[in-house]
Ligand binder design. Sequence first.
Ligand code: AR6
Length: 178
Amino acid sequence: MKPQIEIVTGDITTLPVDVIVNAANPSLLGGGGVDGAIHRAAGPALLEACKVVRQQQGECAPGHAVITLAGNLPAKAVIHTVGPVWQGGDHQEARILEEAYRNSLALAAANNYRTIAFPAISTGVYGFPRAAAAEIAIRTISDYLTRRPLPERVYCVCYDEENARLYQRLLTQQGNDT
Ligand code: AR6
């Protein structure tokens, strides 16, 4: 059987999965990093869809998630979640990061999607320490999957090899790599 969690190195915008997750900001109107890459690859339809969500629901609070179409991406949908800005670790950053992963997984499941890909949320512009963020990602995703049928497979997409090795080590420790 294929493992439920897989580590992938590269560009999340190229993955032909059901849903890719965007590390967005509360405005939902785009930005740099993976957010910029996703909007560029998806084309203007994605920004239009985000504007509609904003009109309906307002800004997206940290830890929350919303879903849109995926424009020109190979994925079927994009889930936009907002991670915490790192402020030293005593501002609920870990809890908010867990919520961002959990709410994204729940939204994918609610839409009957089977495969989902995450970037390393909050570890770029938002400054969350990479090792701690990777530990939260692997633990939160593993916990979620053990108790629910969907999604069936989760890809953790690392932009560089160093982060991928970090994730792989954690995954092996959790015993999920078989
Ligand atoms: N595919 C996969 N991962 C990527 C890609 C890519 N194409 N590009 C960057 N990464 P960041 P954040 C990795 O800064 O920290 C935006 O401006 C990157 O190496 O994109 O949550 C938003 O609008 C890093 O490990 O997101 C917000 O304002 C990870 O993605 C703010 O940045 C996340 O880095 C959110 O900051």
